[in-house]
Design a protein around this ligand. Structure first.
Ligand code: UDX
Length: 447
């Protein structure tokens, strides 16, 4: 059992805290948002994430997981103090480190015995040094001689599978320059090693870059595939067959080569841009990363262009049914979601939207609740009432095998715009609907 403090009860902080408590550690989570802390103490989870609620409730009831707004006792509690606060992009796409810096200073103001400060937030290369300086500056200001180490330990969890990813990591990256700190992290993570040691120890800068490199590589695979999709539709090929054809090569693999309406979420868009900015700040123009971002931007407008062409550019007064608001299935997160670009383009063109999402209804209400050109529906088929066409933007399982004949009977202009290539074009067309996918050759007729 180790004593762990975690600053930040956002996605990463809360999941990490709950999973470390599940392994028997005593975890105290700190957040400045008092209302959120109160809700968490009552077992209420502010985000939708499969399995998170039960693991938080179980460990809170078991006395291994608690929440507080008070930094000083939390810093006194932890031999390992995690920083898991947000690093939102600032105007130029660089990661904004003000929250990380603030926590580091707070730690420096209260630390009174050796601890390891563990950085879990996704932070630009060199941040471990800045955290070390911020802690040291506060210690010096109060003439305290307390030893501490700073470690970079980036998180690789996926929304929708975060608890599982955290409990069964494929690797644990630890960037550290002190044996003492590495030993403590080995002890913490020992229960997470299945079959073999999952911990990869390196220097702090390499650990920080590893996180960006992983996300940028995955985003690159997606943009690459979207580029192939755009070529496929122009040459009359079906990218879905191409995907299977190349995925069978183990050097390429099947994962993250699904073409679609672009990637969203809190990581890929932000991290690709931040890495580009880091490179630029160090005198290197990362042209590939710029292209990955540009292709994604273009791809997010793809469904709108297909719909607009199908309706001869006459969108004013039309209604589009939209299935899927979240940036991907199994989450209610709409950050950078492709659905948002589609809706905003439709609204600008004078169209209305009737949308359904199994989980993101509340989030959409929060973001766009005051609009009268958006109706948020309770059921998938409700979204089709009075709608001209249907656009599918998120690949929720519930959308995979709909009743195409019922869709055909409900839509005014029977056409499906399949932003995730969920359907067999022939099956859709047999039901009397026009089918548009991403890179499926048939789009050739409108290209
Ligand atoms: C990602 C990384 O996967 C995770 O390791 C990291 O810690 C945080 O960022 P996440 O943002 O939760 O996780 O979502 P992910 O499942 O990776 O999907 C990101 C986006 O890419 C989604 O919008 C998804 O629809 C899109 N995507 C994914 C594709 O368009 N095609 C694919 O083949 C895979």
């Amino acid at each position: 059992m180790m004593k762990v403090t975690i600053f930040g009860t956002g996605y990463v902080g809360l999941v990490t805290g709950a999973c470390l408590a599940e392994m028997g550690n005593h975890v105290l989570c700190v957040d400045i948002d008092a209302a959120k802390v109160e809700r968490l103490k009552c077992g209420e989870i502010p985000i939708y994430e499969p399995g998170l609620e039960s693991i938080v409730q179980r460990n809170h009831a078991g006395g291994r997981l608690d929440f507080t707004t008070e930094a000083a006792p939390a810093i006194a509690h932890g031999e390992l103090i995690f920083i898991a606060v947000g690093t939102p992009p600032d105007e130029d796409g660089s990661a904004d480190l003000q929250y990380v810096q603030k926590v580091a200073s707070t730690i420096g103001r209260h630390l009174d015995r050796y601890a390891v400060v563990v950085n879990k937030s996704t932070v630009p290369v060199g941040t471990a040094d800045r955290v070390r300086e911020a802690v040291a500056a506060e210690l010096a200001a109060r003439q305290a001689t307390v030893e501490f180490d700073v470690v970079s330990n980036p998180e690789f969890l996926k929304e929708g599978a975060a608890v599982e990813d955290c409990l069964r990591p494929d690797r644990i990256i630890v960037g550290a320059s002190s044996e003492r700190a590495v030993a403590l992290l080995r002890k913490l993570y020992a229960p997470f090693n299945r079959n073999h040691d999952r911990m990869v120890v390196m220097d702090e800068r390499s650990a920080e870059l590893t996180k960006y490199a992983a996300n940028a590589m995955l985003a690159t695979k997606i943009s690459f595939m979207n580029e192939i999709a755009n070529i496929a539709e122009r040459v009359g090929a079906d990218v879905e067959l191409v995907r299977q054809g190349i995925g069978s090569d183990p050097r390429i693999g099947y994962s993250f080569i699904y073409p679609g309406a672009g990637y969203g979420g809190s990581c890929f868009p932000k991290d690709v841009q931040a890495l580009e900015r880091t490179a630029h700040a160090h005198g290197y123009e990362a042209r590939l990363l710029g292209a990955v971002e540009a292709v994604n931007q273009q791809q997010k407008s793809k469904l709108f262009e297909l719909i607009s062409r199908h309706l001869d550019g006459k969108l004013a007064g039309r209604t589009v049914a939209l299935w899927g608001l979240a940036f991907k299935p199994n989450t209610d997160d709409m950050r950078e979601a492709s659905s948002r670009r589609l809706m905003e383009l439709l609204w600008d063109a004078g169209a209305k939207v009737r949308a359904f999402d199994p989980e993101a209804r509340e989030e959409a209400q929060r973001l766009y609740g005051d609009r009268d050109d958006l109706v948020l529906c309770e059921h998938a088929m409700d979204a089709l009432q009075g709608a001209d066409v249907l656009a599918v933007v998120t690949e929720w399982k519930a959308f995979r095998s709909p009743d195409f004949r019922a869709i055909r009977a409900t839509l005014v202009v029977p056409a499906i715009f399949d932003g995730r290539n969920l359907y067999d074009p022939l099956v859709v067309e047999e039901a009397g609907l026009a089918y548009y996918g991403i890179g499926r050759g048939r789009s050739l007729q409108v290209a």
